[in-house]
Every structure is written in structure tokens, then in C-alpha cells.
Design a protein around this ligand. Structure first.
Ligand SMILES: [Zn+2]
Length: 119
């Protein structure tokens, strides 16, 4: 159960959610509301944040349901532009490795503002 990013309580909450019809019957990322939309990308809040480390935990996802390999050149170019121009309020952009992805079929990057006060 132990997780470097989520507290045990959040791990249980997320594991329970992953067994619900809401999660199993449709792509939850395709149904997320926007904090900000671009032509091909959406910034959205993570409802199951990395609460051990994150003060703010959002995600950036393609508007289209696709994995990373399916991204077009236009989508990839816009992501690069967004990373360079719009993500300055975040401290870290985290991508889960293949084995740690709970929603591998819809590409997403984690956008983190950390809790750490660096004292
Ligand atoms: Zn999707």
C-alpha cells in the first residue's frame, strides 16, 4: 500500500475509486473539467493528488483520447509551447513510468507545486 507520493489514506481512496463504475465504464480523463484549455491540451485538477508531496497537483492531458505514441506532431509542438510558456507556477512535471500508470490509454503529465518549504 505504501506509496512515495500518496499517503496511505489517499491510496485507499484512489484504489476504491478505481473499482467504481465511474472509473471502469469510461475514461475519466476524457470527462475531466478544465482549469485551462488550449487548442489540443487541457489542464485539469487531480482529484487524487500526490498528497505526501504536493500543495497543488494538476495534470495536463490531450483533449483527444490518446496515449503518448498516438500524439500528433501538432499536439506535441503545442505541449512543448505550453511547457515553456504556461507552466511556470509549477515546480515539477512528473510522468509516471509505464508500469506505474493507472490510466495508460490517455496520456497525462502531473503538474506539481510542492509542499516543501525548503527549510
Ligand atoms: Zn480518455
Amino acid at each position: 500500500m505504501s506509496n512515495v507520493f500518496r499517503t496511505d489514506k489517499m491510496v485507499v481512496r484512489y484504489d476504491d475509486y478505481k473499482k467504481t463504475a465511474a472509473f471502469l465504464s469510461r475514461c475519466v480523463l476524457c470527462n475531466k473539467s478544465a482549469l485551462q484549455d488550449f487548442k489540443y491540451w487541457r489542464i485539469t485538477k487531480n482529484d487524487f493528488p500526490y498528497d505526501r508531496i504536493a500543495k497543488v497537483h494538476d495534470m495536463i492531458i490531450p483533449l483527444r483520447h490518446t496515449n503518448e505514441a498516438g500524439l500528433t506532431a501538432d499536439e506535441t509542438a503545442e505541449l512543448l509551447m505550453i511547457k515553456q510558456q504556461y507552466l511556470q507556477d509549477y515546480e515539477y512535471i512528473i510522468e509516471a513510468a509505464e508500469t506505474r500508470r493507472s490510466i495508460p490509454e490517455h496520456f497525462h503529465l502531473h503538474l506539481i507545486q510542492s509542499k516543501t518549504e525548503y527549510t
